[in-house]
Design a binder for this molecule. Sequence first.
Ligand SMILES: Nc1nc2c(ncn2[C@@H]2O[C@H](COP(=O)(O)OP(=O)(O)OP(=O)(O)O)[C@@H](O)[C@H]2O)c(=O)[nH]1
Ligand SMILES: [Mg+2]
Length: 364
Amino acid sequence: MPQFVDEARVFVESGKGGNGCVSFRREKFVPRGGPDGGDGGDGGSVIFVGTPRKSTLLDFKHRSTLKAQPGEAGRGKKQHGANGRSLVLEVPLGTQIFNESDGVLLHDLTVPGRRVFVAKGGRGGRGNVHFATPTRQTPDFSEPGGPSQSFQLRLELKVMARVGLLGFPNAGKSTFLSRVTRAHPRIASYPFTTLHPHLGVLILGTPPDEKEIVIADLPGLIEGAHEGKGLGIRFLKHVERTEVLLHFVDLTAENSREPEEAYAIVRNEVLSFNPELARKPEFLVGTKKDAADPERLERFLAFLRTQGRPELVISSHTGEGLGDLLSLLGRTLPEFPADPSATAFAPSGDSDGSTLVPERMGGE
Ligand SMILES: Nc1nc2c(ncn2[C@@H]2O[C@H](COP(=O)(O)OP(=O)(O)OP(=O)(O)O)[C@@H](O)[C@H]2O)c(=O)[nH]1
Ligand SMILES: [Mg+2]
C-alpha cells in the first residue's frame, strides 16, 4: 500500500521571461538595416490541479523543489524565443495550499480539474523591433524578460468526505465502511488496524434519485490521543470538512469500557483537537449487536434515550440496523452539500493504488 502523506512543504519557482533581442537586419546592399530583434518567450508557471486520481501528497515527499522553465531570449530576424514549459502538478482533491511564511491559505483545491497558478511565469520582453519610431530608427535596446516568482508553500490534504467515522480502535468502523461501500479497508480484531484515513462511496436511493456520499474511516482514538498516544489526533483534520460524524461504540463484553465512557473519552479527544467539531451533527451508534452483551446494550439504549438521541444499534456482520442508520444519514444530508468544499467527488479513474480514492459502490 502506498504511504499516506497528508502534508508537504515545497519551494515553487516560475520561469523568468526571456529577454527581448537587440538586432539589426543585415542584407546585401543595405548598409544599415532596421531593427529585427524578436521577443523573448514567456516563462513557465507552476500550476496545481486537484484530481480524484490522487489520494496522497506522497509525490512531494522527495520532490520539494518545483521549478518551471524560463522563456528563451528573442533572436534576430524577429524570431520569438520559445515559451518556457509550465509545471502542472496533480494533487488530491481537498489539498489546501498555504504560504509558509505567513500561514495564509492561498488555495483550496476542492473542484476536480480546476487549476491554480501558484507562481506565474515572467512575461517575455519585447525585442527592439518594437521600439523603432520615425525619429529613432535604430533602437539599441530591448525589454528585459519579466521576473520569476518564488514561494515556499505548505500543502495540507483534508479529505473530501461528507461523513466521518469516529470511535475507539476496534469499534467496527472499517467493517461498517466495507459493508456499506466498495472500499476494502483492513479489518482485524486488534487495535489500530487502520493507520490512515480511507474513503468509501455510499450510494443512497435508486436512480435517478441516487445520492453519492463519501465516508471517511479514520484510525481509532484512545485516551490521551491529543498528547500523541496511539496514533494521536493528527488525522482528525480529515473530518473537518464532513457534515455528519458517526461515533461508534462497541457493545460486546470484550470492550473493557462502558459505551458511555468510551464515547466521552473519544469525544473529549475530538474536541481538544478542534472545538468547532462539536457543532457538527453527530450520531452515536452502538456496534456489533449480534455479539453485544445484553445488559450493556440495555444500558446503552437507556443512555441514548436520556440524551434524546435516536436509538442506533447496528451489526455490520448481520446487517441489522444498517438500513435505519443509512436512511437517517440520507435524511440528514441534503441532496447537495451545503458547503462546496465538502462536495463529494467523481468516481475514481486510474487510482494511484491507495484506498483513499473512493470506489463507487455497484448495484448491490
Ligand atoms: N461480531 C461482530 N464483530 C464485528 C462487527 N463489526 C466489526 N466486528 C469485528 O470487530 C473487530 C474490529 O473491527 P474493525 O472494523 O477493524 O474496527 P475499527 O474500528 O476499524 O478498528 P481500528 O481500525 O483499529 O480503529 C474485527 O475483528 C471485526 O470483525 C459486528 O457487527 N459484529
Ligand atoms: Mg479500522
